[in-house]
Design a protein around this ligand. Sequence first.
Ligand code: IPM
Ligand code: MG
Length: 357
Amino acid sequence: MDLRIAVLPGDGIGVEVVDASMRVLDVVARKFGHKVHAEFADVGWAAIDKHGTALPASTREICQRNSAILFGAVGLPDRDQTLPQKERPERVALLELRKGLFANLRHVLLPPGLASRCPLKMELIKGGIDIMIIRELTGGLYYGQPQGISGASPDRKAIDTLAYSEQEISRILKVGFETARKRRKRLTSVDKANILATSQLWRELATAMGKQYPDVRLEHMYVDNASMQLLRRPSDFDVIVTENTFGDILSDEASMLAGSIGLVPSASLGEPGAPSVPFYEPIHGSAPDIAGQNKANPVATILSVAMMLNYTFGLSKEAAAIEKATFGVLNAGNILTGDLGGKATCSEVTDAVIAGL
Ligand code: IPM
Ligand code: MG
């Protein structure tokens, strides 16, 4: 199979983790008889410095003509501050590229060999941690209108709008139910239905859809309670489905359960058949403090490549091979990057994963 992918390393450690995962992809492709066609493009500060904008037209074109996007990270906090909010890479590049990709899947899995890296006590994680967070990605506070700051100080006013249509809610709930059906058949729908109108509609639609999935055990949970239960009984969670902002916050919290945010991959998917190009990225950022030093953990990006093989190309055997090799290295525990208490470099971890293939 021809694997046509747009590769956007971006800023900071994005460059080295994307490079590492492309090495893994090349080996897997060769092994299984596929051909990788990778088109590299600039994004973030890497693009501002060359083209004057964080998302040049040339990058958009490259993304549009490929089947998937592999993304590293964008933004450099020191330099971001020199730009108005609206021109910063996270907004110009990340939010733009994610347009149309309403389903954001973030997989939090604690490798058993790394149980001691989980900040929770052993007795709380005995049942293991394997949670798929499904975050709605194109609605809610991030995009709701009106939005902005108006007036003159001291009477300025700021407004963000939280809006969701029935159609937007239903399509993400469906991803939640379908995903739960393929896993341990438990779906936690997270909302704030005691207060928010969007959540009341959300809960009503989730309850109704649940009737079409009698095999899936649906539970509703308020977001504040969910943030507590994630720490109290993490093994009970299978699939979580929630709106954009709640999902942003809960997925960072949950990433710690995996031992490090450097282990959590993600996929952002649109409607089947829609023109939007699926987007794969580690959930961590550009980490400028360790960039360029070969210290970054490549695992989240390597696992994002596995998600890409699964979801975009339907290559589940190839994806499983990457996961097996990667978790093999993590469970062995002797070749780990600094975020996991080890001393290995990004390239050493990558080499170990490749050796395991
Ligand atoms: C994430 C990030 C982004 C988000 C920011 C950088 C806009 O926090 O991918 O979780 O909130 O979606
Ligand atoms: Mg976030």
